[in-house]
Design a binder for this molecule. Structure first.
Ligand code: PLP
Length: 395
C-alpha cells in the first residue's frame, strides 16, 4: 500500500479507509456490466453533483434513488415493452403501488377487473380506500359493466393481460378506447404474458407493470418489479416509489438482466410446451376442464389468437379429478411451488394459496375448485414433460 501523496506520510488508518478506490485506468471493459454494490457515488466538484441531483445530467448518486444496474434494466425493459421509459422497483407490488399512486390521490376513482392478483386486490380493496381513493371492482370481460363503472373522477382502469388462474383474456385495445374516452388511463399488469408474447403499449395501455421475478428474470432467483410507460407518468411514479422506499437491489437488477437476455427463446419454449400440455390434458378422462387461451373452446379464443400471435407463454390451469393424488404422483419431478414462470415446470394450488382468503362459495362461483391446479409449464423437453404428466394421470 503506497501513500497517494508522496509529500505526505499518511497514517495506516487513513490509508486503509481510502484504499483501493482510487481511479484506475481500464485497458479493457467487462463484457457483462458489473454489480455496482456502492450505496453512494463520489463527484469531482459541486457542479457535477448539482447536475446529477437536478437530473440535468442523470448520474447515480445514492442507492435508494437508483443504481447503474437498475438504470440498465430500465433501459432494457422500456425497449422490450416499447415505451418511453421504465421504472424498476423492489417487488411487483411496489411497482403497482407506485404506478397507481403516481396518478391517483384522495377523491379519485379507479376501476379494476375483479380477477386481479390477490395482493393487488387487497391493495385496492383495503389500502386505497384508507387514502381516500375510491375503487370499483368489475368483470373486465363485460364492457357494459366497465363503462357503467367509469365516473368523471375515474383516473385509471386496471386489468391483467392474462388472468390468474383461469387465463381469461381482456380485450386490451377495446378497454384502452373505453378508458381514454372517459379521460382515464389503462393500466395493464403484463406479468403472465411478458413483452415477448404481448406488448400492451402497442394496444393503447398507458401503464404496464410486471413482477420481474416471473418471466422477465425466468429462474426464480431474482426479485423485483417494473412499471413501463410515458416519461411523465413514470416521473410521478418514481417520486412515490423513492419516498416510499421501494428500491430494487443492484444484485436483483443485475440478475434480472442476465435472465432477460434469453426471454425470447424461453417464451417460445414455454408457449409451445404449454400448448402441447393443454392439448394432452384436455383429452384425458381424469381432467374435467382445461383453461388455456390456445384451446378452441376458450371463451376468448379468437381475440387471444389476434392479440397473442406468437403464443401465450407457459401458464394454464386444469381441474383434475383427485388433484392431491396427482400432485403426489408428480412429486420429485414437478414441484408444488406457489410462484410461476421458472424454466422448470411447477404446480400451484389456487384454492389454498392465491385465493385462500376468499370464501369457498365465492371461489366456486369463480370456477376455482379444490381440484384446480395451476401449471406453470417450463422449457423442458416436451417428450419428458408429457410422459411425466401422462404417467401421473394414469398412475
Ligand atoms: N402481479 C401478478 C400477476 C403476480 O402474479 C404477482 C405475484 O405473484 C404480482 C403482481 C406481485 O408481484 P411481487 O410478488 O413481485 O410483489
Amino acid at each position: 500500500m503506497t501513500s497517494p501523496d508522496p509529500a505526505h506520510e499518511y497514517d495506516l488508518t487513513t490509508l486503509a479507509a481510502r484504499s483501493g478506490e482510487e481511479a484506475r485506468p481500464n485497458r479493457s471493459a467487462p463484457l457483462v456490466e458489473p454489480i455496482y454494490q456502492s450505496t453512494v457515488y463520489a463527484f469531482a466538484d459541486l457542479d457535477d453533483l448539482d447536475r446529477a441531483m437536478s437530473g440535468e445530467e442523470p448520474a447515480a448518486f445514492y442507492y435508494r434513488n437508483g443504481t447503474p444496474n437498475a438504470a440498465t434494466l430500465e433501459r432494457a425493459l422500456a425497449l422490450l415493452e416499447g415505451t418511453e421509459a421504465a421504472l424498476v422497483a423492489g417487488s411487483g407490488m411496489a411497482a403497482i403501488s407506485a404506478a397507481l399512486l403516481g396518478v391517483l390521490g384522495a377523491g379519485d376513482h379507479i376501476v379494476t377487473d375483479a380477477r386481479v392478483y390477490g395482493v393487488t386486490y387487497a391493495l385496492l380493496a383495503e389500502e386505497f380506500p384508507r387514502l381516500g381513493i375510491e375503487v370499483s371492482f368489475v368483470d373486465a370481460l363485460n364492457h357494459d359493466e366497465v363503462a357503467a363503472a367509469l365516473r368523471p373522477r375515474t383516473r385509471v382502469l386496471h386489468v391483467e393481460s392474462l388472468t390468474n388462474p383461469l387465463m381469461t383474456v381482456p380485450d386490451v385495445p377495446a378497454l384502452a378506447r373505453l378508458a381514454h374516452g372517459h379521460g382515464a388511463l389503462l393500466s395493464v399488469d403484463n406479468t403472465f404474458a411478458s413483452p415477448a408474447v404481448f406488448r400492451p403499449a402497442l394496444h393503447g395501455a398507458d401503464l404496464i407493470t410486471h413482477s420481474v421475478s416471473k418471466y422477465l428474470s425466468g429462474h426464480s432467483a431474482a426479485f423485483g418489479g417494473v412499471v413501463c410507460g410515458r416519461a411523465d407518468l413514470l416521473a410521478l411514479a418514481r417520486t412515490r416509489l423513492l419516498r416510499l422506499g421501494g428500491t430494487i437491489s443492484a444484485f436483483d437488477a443485475w440478475m434480472t438482466m442476465q435472465g432477460l437476455k434469453t426471454l425470447g427463446l424461453r417464451m417460445r419454449a414455454h408457449s409451445g410446451n404449454a400448448q402441447a400440455v393443454a392439448d394432452v390434458l384436455v383429452n384425458h378422462p381424469r381432467v374435467k376442464a382445461v383453461y388455456h387461451p390456445g384451446l378452441s373452446d376458450h371463451p376468448q379464443f379468437h381475440l387471444a389468437m389476434d392479440l397473442f400471435p406468437q403464443g401465450f407463454g407457459g401458464m394454464l390451469s386444469a381441474d383434475i379429478e383427485d388433484a392431491p393424488s396427482f400432485v403426489k404422483a408428480l412429486a420429485g419431478r414437478i414441484p408444488l411451488a406457489p410462484s410461476l414462470a421458472d424454466v422448470m415446470t411447477t404446480l400451484s394450488w389456487p384454492w389454498g394459496t392465491s385465493h385462500r382468503a376468499l370464501p369457498d362459495a365465492e371461489k366456486r362461483r369463480l370456477g376455482i375448485t379444490p381440484n384446480l391446479l395451476r401449471i406453470s409449464v417450463g422449457i423442458e423437453d416436451i417428450g419428458d414433460l408429457l410422459s411425466d404428466f401422462e404417467g401421473a394421470l394414469d398412475g
